[in-house]
Design a protein around this ligand. Structure first.
Ligand code: PLP
Length: 429
């Protein structure tokens, strides 16, 4: 038995090694993922992952938190500076728990809220299957303009006046253009509504001053994952005005986490420092890469959405691939060539089980230093796979993907030097 279990452990370690190899040799285009710096990766394996620190900086329920306090205070300070914010909470362990905290803090059961539907880009946590259902909220959905791939602002204004929701939730998972936050703010004041902006996808763009500035446009709260365009460890952040900070903080602790993940807070503090230093350059390049990849795919004959608006203003692009068999078939075929992305519902979809689209995000490619010329090459690789008739053609592209990745193994926009921050002492107990 003992030897058998030892072999099991080895097989798990081996699977992780193979996973690393797979991703090191592939083109990562999943719009919700990113890669952290080596410094952050090292901190994620530190002793902090073993510890408890319920409570706040300076008032913990446990002893032994001297350095944890120092780390968490730095994360909060950097985040306030980066987002020019009054109050920040770095404890939510994921984007969904941040949304739970924000929505539970600001609503009562039977309140009305307005959010996007899933095909229009809303996240599952905005739907009746998740938080609005759990909280027993009456869910209204934003009027959506399919051609513009955005909330229809004029119709939204009418709908807000008519339905009078007490909570307006912006943000989404298919998120090409900034949402009309300032237009909603005017009505929100009339009807006494709060505005939550779910920045899970676009937090890194907001940090880099691209996309939009939800706090200045009138959002009461920003909730967002810290591992999508924001290139940090898995987790989330809540950013709000001072006037609601107690409600938000209580909804996080003790509402939705007891112990937060301290190793992630250390990783987040370092990522915030990276973004203070390099965030603007990273965000500018990310949008540039998205636009050029979209344009190249369009020129190769793909039905990339919103050509009339320059395709995108975020890290994402959306492509209708129904003529190539739909999102699932195309995503699977691309995976065979080491091009990793996902099938995605588009607003025009009739069958939720069969998305016609694919979604591509360039944040990770940007982080590993890829620029315009690589985007052109990747568009052509994608086209060759999607139109390939023989398996051999797909395998040929896979070899070219491997060759391309050889020159792009390091993470940019961070403080990783050649041998900086190696922290060998963290690897031994
Ligand atoms: C990814 C996502 C979330 C959930 O984030 P997790 O960190 O996976 O829990 C919430 N909202 C939106 C809009 C997202 O895209």
């Amino acid at each position: 038995m003992r030897t058998a279990m030892r072999a099991e452990v080895e097989s798990i370690v081996e699977a992780v090694r193979k996973h690393h190899e797979l991703h090191r040799n592939a083109l990562p285009l999943i719009a919700s993922e990113n890669i952290t710096s080596n410094t952050v990766r090292t901190l994620l394996a530190s002793d902090l992952s073993h510890r408890y620190a319920e409570g706040d900086v300076g008032s913990r329920f446990y002893q032994g938190c001297e350095y944890i306090d120092r780390i968490e205070a730095k994360a909060i300070g950097y985040a306030k500076e980066l987002f020019d914010a009054e109050h920040v909470n770095v404890k939510p362990v994921s984007g969904v728990t941040a949304n739970i905290a924000a929505l539970f803090a600001l609503t009562s059961p039977r309140d009305r809220m307005m959010a996007l539907t899933i095909p229009d880009g809303g996240h599952i946590s905005h739907s009746k299957y998740s938080i609005p259902g759990m909280r027993d909220l009456l869910l209204e959905t934003f009027p959506f303009d399919i051609k513009e791939m955005n909330i229809d602002t004029a119709k939204m204004v009418d709908a807000l006046k008519q339905k009078k929701p007490s909570l307006i939730l912006f943000g989404g998972s298919l998120f090409l253009f900034p949402h009309p936050v300032s237009e909603a703010r005017e009505i929100a004041d009339e009807i006494g509504a709060k505005i939550v902006y779910d920045a899970s996808h676009v937090l890194g763009l907001i940090a880099g001053k691209q996309f939009q500035d939800p706090l200045r446009e009138g959002a009461d709260v920003i909730a967002g994952s810290t591992h999508k365009t924001f290139p940090g460890p898995q987790g989330a952040i809540l950013i709000c005005k001072d006037e609601i900070k107690e409600k938000i903080d209580q909804a996080v602790f003790p509402g939705t986490v007891s112990n937060h993940h301290l190793h992630h807070v250390a990783g987040l503090a370092v990522t915030l420092a990276e973004m203070l230093q390099f965030g603007d350059a990273y965000a500018v390049q990310m949008v540039r890469n998205a636009k050029i990849l979209a344009e190249c795919l369009y020129e190769l004959g793909f039905d990339v959405l919103c050509e009339h608006k320059g395709f995108t203003e975020s890290h994402q692009i959306a492509v209708n691939v129904i003529e190539y068999g739909g999102g699932a078939a195309v995503a699977e075929k691309l995976e065979c060539a080491g091009i990793i992305l996902n099938k995605n519902l588009l607003p025009s979809d009739k069958d939720p089980a069969n998305p016609t689209g694919i979604r591509l995000g360039v944040q990770e490619l940007t982080r590993i230093r890829m620029k315009e010329s690589e985007m052109k090459e990747i568009a052509s690789l994608i086209e060759r796979v999607v139109t390939a008739e023989a398996d051999a053609d797909v395998i040929k592209v896979k070899e070219e993907v491997l060759e391309l990745r050889k020159g792009f193994q390091d993470v940019d926009y961070c403080f990783d030097g050649k041998d900086a921050y190696n922290f060998p002492e963290l690897r031994i107990r």
